[in-house]
Write a protein that binds this ligand. Structure first.
Ligand SMILES: Cc1cc2nc3c(=O)[nH]c(=O)nc-3n(C[C@H](O)[C@H](O)[C@H](O)COP(=O)(O)OP(=O)(O)OC[C@H]3O[C@@H](n4cnc5c(N)ncnc54)[C@H](O)[C@@H]3O)c2cc1C
Length: 401
């Protein structure tokens, strides 16, 4: 295995457990194993998601949906949960379906992986960076930056995401297409002083559209002091990762604060209220609930006084208010990394891999697992699940002599 992350460990353990005759070792460039597992999920490790239906599960992957759907029929979140629970890690499912160790500590996951690896006889070589792989007749020569070489009969590459395409040149040299990496899972920066004063407000659900694209997500949004965050934003950033990179993260987004509400129905409701209560303060008795600060901001944007009565609201102002509620547009300039979980979109092109075995179609005996592949998911434990699933399939296939 190349890489001592989630995918490298899982494939190494699977390979060693399936065939005791295999001599399995992990080559890791840094001095530490499972570093991302350690910091994942804010130190709690969101190990998977309790979505047990392969098709529904696969919809959480902007890149890799088709390939993972069949892979999940072989190893899915139920299997992940069973795997860890059988190895002494009780898990819990949170109300939003994210799965964590009951200990709320990623160290439980690390301990289980390290114990299982040790029991299965997996060896780990630290501080050994792979710089190239040479295929010879019947074996590989793995060249390290130290100028040493290691001979292996099969290789699973689980070296994770690379922020630069050049970081994967050693895989390109073997004939693989590399999809240039771009970040995924980030929040949007909005320069709007008035919006800043709403920092801390969250709304659930809203509909979020990236203007000029077909990308639309539904979920909760959080107003921060730099712009917008929250699940709907992170999901949009993942599905639009490539488009937004091309736009250098300058784009327009549209928020429908009243998710699912039609313009006609809203207009009718507001007109009825206006006709029935002309002298009543408009703010009281609106046919929807919004946090007061947000409502006042949208009224201000529409040119309506906070304390205006219905009769003081012109038809044009009411129209502007409807537009603010349903088609509220913001210009985003830049992104901010979401610290809890971020991934790289891009990597080894999926068509170069046989997803039944995770074997390269270009180099026999070479397999891939984890984020090194052009696969990534939204937040919620989906990225680790992709690592466990591809790691399991690669480890099983490589175990066969
Ligand atoms: C802060 C943070 C929090 C996250 N939280 C979650 C979460 O809660 N849930 C979730 O599902 N996902 C989460 N993710 C995403 C998840 O961590 C990754 O998708 C996952 O770790 C990918 O696993 P991997 O084994 O493919 O790669 P990695 O974990 O990146 O491991 C790759 C390993 O390969 C080594 N390596 C690289 N190149 C070489 C080389 N040439 N030679 C030798 N070794 C090499 C690296 O040093 C590294 O140790 C989070 C990510 C971040 C950054």
């Amino acid at each position: 295995m190349i890489g001592a992350g989630a995918a490298g460990y899982f494939s190494a353990i699977t390979c060693a457990e399936m065939n005791a005759e295999n001599e399995v070792f992990i080559i890791e460039k840094t001095g530490k194993t499972l570093q991302k597992v350690s910091i994942s999920g804010g130190g709690r490790c969101n190990v998977t998601n309790a979505c047990f239906e392969p098709k529904a599960l696969s919809l959480n992957y902007p890149r890799g949906e088709k390939e993972l759907k069949s892979a999940f029929s072989r190893f899915q979140p139920k299997d992940t949960m069973q795997w860890f629970e059988e190895r002494g890690v009780p898990l819990k499912i949170e109300p939003d379906n994210r799965v964590f160790p009951q200990s709320n500590n990623s160290q439980s996951i690390i301990n289980a992986l390290e114990r299982a690896a040790q029991r299965a006889g997996v060896q780990v070589l630290l501080n050994s960076s792979v710089v190239s792989i040479v295929k010879h007749q019947g074996h590989f020569e793995i060249k390290l930056s130290s100028n040493n070489s290691i001979i292996a009969h099969k290789i699973i590459v689980a070296s994770g995401g690379s922020p630069k395409a050049s970081g994967l040149d050693w895989l390109k040299e073997l004939g693989h297409e590399i999809i240039s990496p771009v970040p995924s899972l980030f929040t949007f920066n909005i320069k709007d002083e008035a919006l800043r004063s709403l920092s801390g407000i969250s709304m659930d659900p809203v509909q979020l559209k990236i203007v000029g694209t077909k990308i639309e997500t539904v979920g909760s949004i959080l107003i921060t002091h730099w712009g917008f965050s929250g699940p709907a934003v992170l999901k949009s950033s993942a599905f639009a990762a490539r488009i937004l990179a091309e736009k250098t993260y300058c784009f327009e987004l549209e928020i429908k604060w009243l998710s699912g509400k039609s313009e006609d129905a809203l207009r009718q409701e507001l007109m009825n209220l206006k006709a029935a209560n002309p002298s009543r303060q408009m703010q009281t008795g609106l046919p929807f609930q919004l946090p007061k600060r947000l409502l006042n901001y949208l009224l201000y944007k529409s040119g309506i006084e906070e304390n205006a009565s219905w009769q003081e609201v012109s038809k044009e102002a009411l129209n502007r208010f409807i537009v603010s509620l349903l088609y509220d547009r913001y210009w985003a300039e830049g992104k901010t990394t979401f610290k809890d979980e971020f991934v790289t979109s891009g990597g080894v092109a999926r068509p170069d891999i046989n997803f039944k075995t995770m074997e390269s179609k270009k180099v026999k005996g070479l397999y891939f697992a984890g984020e090194v592949i052009d696969i990534d998911g939204v937040t919620g434990g989906f990225n680790f699940q992709a690592a466990w699933t591809t790691g399991f399939i690669a480890g099983s296939a490589a175990a066969a002599i």
